[in-house]
Design a binder for this molecule. Structure first.
Ligand SMILES: CC(C)(COP(=O)(O)OP(=O)(O)OC[C@H]1O[C@@H](n2cnc3c(N)ncnc32)[C@H](O)[C@@H]1OP(=O)(O)O)[C@@H](O)C(=O)NCCC(=O)NCCS
Length: 197
């Protein structure tokens, strides 16, 4: 049976997450994985793969501690005016966290936000990030957002492919956009607006 409701995840949600967040979840559309709020018990596992070489290569974020992640996922709900929201991607079979996807830089006045995602390397190449990107992009539209932006380091071919599959269009090159491990890195900027896919 599919797990998707608050009652099935008692106890250890991060501090400000409420049952309301569950009723608004995007639907992943896969039978082996689903989206749910991030739980406190997920954070150590998330930090471990974020700090692994495979994932580090793709991202410019360098979290050091679990409490940094907790702060990051603490936005309670879209309706409460959060500027960022992150969902866990969990395995249907045992509820373990195998990725995350979310929005940050949400600017309500301009109906815009930026999408971000990461997948545990064990589950790369199964279409998970593409499904998550599509689900969250469509969900964001139901929340009234118009422009969904994404940036990817210029050599992050897998992420660029995910965005293309998800109907994002490349708009430009952001030279030296991220400072990563002591050096400036160039990113590509993409967007998805209604009608793109
Ligand atoms: C980027 C990432 C999220 C992709 O996750 P995933 O679940 O493996 O993605 P999908 O399976 O949905 O699709 C990956 C696509 O990229 C392609 N791809 C993978 N590696 C590639 C590479 N080195 N060069 C070109 N394409 C590549 C796959 O073939 C697939 O495209 P296809 O279905 O047309 O064949 C994952 O690699 C990851 O977590 N990387 C580290 C974190 C990260 O980079 N996050 C994004 C920051 S912008």
């Amino acid at each position: 049976m599919k797990r998707s409701r608050a009652d099935e995840f008692p106890g250890d949600m991060t501090a400000r997450q409420t049952k309301d967040a569950y009723s608004m979840l995007p639907t992943l559309g896969l039978d082996w994985a689903f989206l749910r709020p991030v739980k406190t018990s997920d954070l150590a596992r998330w930090l471990t793969y974020l700090q692994g070489d495979a994932v580090r290569q793709g991202i410019s974020w360098r979290p050091q501690r679990v409490d940094e992640l907790e702060e990051f996922v603490n936005a309670a709900s879209f309706e409460e005016g959060a500027r960022q929201l992150r969902f866990a991607i969990a395995l249907q079979s045992d509820d373990s966290l195998i990725g995350t996807v979310g929005l940050h830089s949400i600017v309500r006045d301009h109906r815009s936000a930026e999408i971000a995602y990461d997948i545990h390397p064990t589950h790369w190449g199964r279409g998970l990030a593409s499904a998550a990107c599509e689900a969250v992009t469509h969900w964001a539209r139901t929340k009234g957002l118009f422009r969904i932006q994404a940036t990817a380091l210029e050599d992050n071919k897998a992420s660029i492919r995910v965005l293309e599959r998800c109907g994002f269009k490349q708009e430009g090159v952001l030279r030296g956009y991220r400072w990563v491990d002591g050096a400036a890195r160039t990113s590509l900027v993409f967007s998805n607006v209604p009608g793109d896919a």
